[in-house]
Design a protein around this ligand. Structure first.
Ligand code: S3P
Length: 442
């Protein structure tokens, strides 16, 4: 059956990409800016907020629970918070759209408030596991009824006061870590998350920035112990959101692959817990220069100058996976054009993203003529050595923005065009993706 509402889009062999672009704000930081501002007492101001559907779902949810959130004409967002403990019972189900981050972090927030909240989402989100947050939040006293398999729709009956917890993360997930820390915000005493493998630390940085009593202690084995003292009072902040490295990733790889390209991407967040892709592409021989390294909103940032390069396949160290967990789809495209073999392992978490990104990328890349073998926890890719891929296929995007954009980039180096069956999901994280691409093709 064809979806009548889908918007197919074709991408074909590109002229050299040239020029300078600024990519939109970081999705993870944008979600957290809205959530913490909505819990502070007073007015926070946020500039550079990503205005993609995922973040707008968070904004709508925080409004439904009592915060005042407005966008001024100059693009600045103003948020009046309700104070920790002050979230109101929403009148309707919270529609999370495609956004796993909104869902899991907000489940944490409401778990320690005396309100009952229903979460719904699109087909992709409704297939994703929520048991990973249901488990710790239930231990804190929340009563959660989920659909079969621990999925959406689900209902959270919060408990206030909730019970503080010391929770060891069973998987490397910043969303689970953040859900527990956010539940800890309105829980008396100390809530602790024990993180064996470090994941993105935006929640820790921002909670501290808002004045929460949060400490991070490193164990002898590298395990991180993150402790937050609850019943916190958050002070309003002025935040500048840096550009999203996960969005920059598509243009970094596009510039490396399209012959003759020379692109500067301004204001890219390079928090070490997010910058794995740049390191791996440099190991593969990619010419990526970091210019004007600086700090924006408490996060390291630089401009990246990227030039077309001959890439070589490598074995990607699984230890780097958490710092580039969202970048594997586009890395696979880079690997498909590299010389020699790229081997990736330790990617089990990719199977529970917006789609099963291992299977969907394997199928799609094979359809456009790449040599790819799927393993249980990764892909093995034998690249073309820089020759264009045959292309000439229609790819199912599975409501996954990063799949759509990865195959868009693959189309730029295809002999025949690559068609994405529905381009609409791109708007969840990168609404002006096509516009920026067209600007570099002038
Ligand atoms: C995110 C964490 C990651 C990432 C997602 C955003 C966050 O998910 O894939 O896009 O903002 O905390 P996991 O926690 O499932 O790894």
């Amino acid at each position: 059956m064809t979806d009548q509402t889908a918007t197919p889009r074709s991408f074909s062999a590109s002229v050299p990409l040239k020029g300078r672009i600024a990519i939109p704000g970081d999705k993870s930081i944008s979600h957290r800016s809205l959530m913490l501002s909505a819990l502070a007492v007073g007015e926070s101001r946020v500039t550079g907020l990503l205005e993609g559907h995922d973040v707008l779902a968070t904004a709508a949810a925080m409004r439904a629970m009592g915060a005042t959130i407005e966008r001024r004409n100059d693009g600045e967002w103003r948020i009046h918070g309700v104070g920790v403990g002050g979230l109101l019972q929403p009148r309707e189900a919270l529609d999370m759209g495609n956004s796993g981050t909104s869902t899991r972090l907000l489940m944490g927030l409401v778990a320690s408030h005396p309100i009952t909240t229903t979460f719904i989402g699109d087909a992709s989100l409704s297939g994703r596991p929520m048991g990973r947050v249901i488990d710790p939040l239930s231990l804190m006293g929340a009563d959660i009824s989920a659909s079969p398999g621990g999925r959406l729709p689900l209902m959270v009956r919060g408990l206030a006061p909730a019970i503080p917890l010391a929770y060891r993360l069973p998987m490397a997930s910043a969303q689970v870590k953040s859900a527990v820390l956010l539940a800890g915000l309105n829980t008396p005493g100390i809530t602790e998350v024990i993180e064996p493998v470090p994941t993105r630390d935006h929640s820790e940085r921002m909670l501290k920035g808002f004045g929460a009593d949060l400490t991070v202690e490193l164990g002898a084995d590298g395990t991180r112990h993150i402790r937050i003292r609850g019943e916190a009072e958050l002070k309003p902040q002025t935040i500048t959101v840096p550009g999203d490295p996960s969005s920059a990733a598509f243009f970094i790889v596009a510039a490396l692959l399209v012959p003759g390209s020379d692109v500067t991407i301004a204001n890219v967040g390079l928090n070490p817990t997010r910058a794995g892709l740049v390191e791996v592409l440099q190991q593969m021989g990619g010419s990526i220069e970091l210019l004007d390294a600086r700090e924006v909103g408490g996060e390291p940032v630089a401009d990246l100058r990227v030039r077309h390069s001959a890439l070589k396949g490598i074995a990607v160290d699984p230890a780097i996976v958490p710092s580039m967990v969202d970048e594997f789809p586009i890395l696979f495209v880079a690997a498909a054009l590299a010389e020699g073999r790229t081997v990736t392992t330790g990617l089990d978490e990719l199977r529970v993203k917006e789609s099963d990104r291992i299977a969907v990328m394997a199928t799609g890349l094979q359809a456009i003529g790449a040599r790819v073998e799927e393993t249980e926890d990764g892909l093995i890719i034998d690249g073309t050595g820089g020759d264009p891929l045959p292309g000439g296929a229609t790819i199912a995007g599975h409501l996954d923005h990063r799949i759509c954009m990865s195959f868009a980039v693959a189309g730029l180096v295809g002999k025949a065009p690559v068609t994405i069956d529905d381009i609409a999901p791109v708007a969840t994280s990168f609404p002006n993706f096509e516009e920026l691409l067209a600007g570099l093709q002038q």
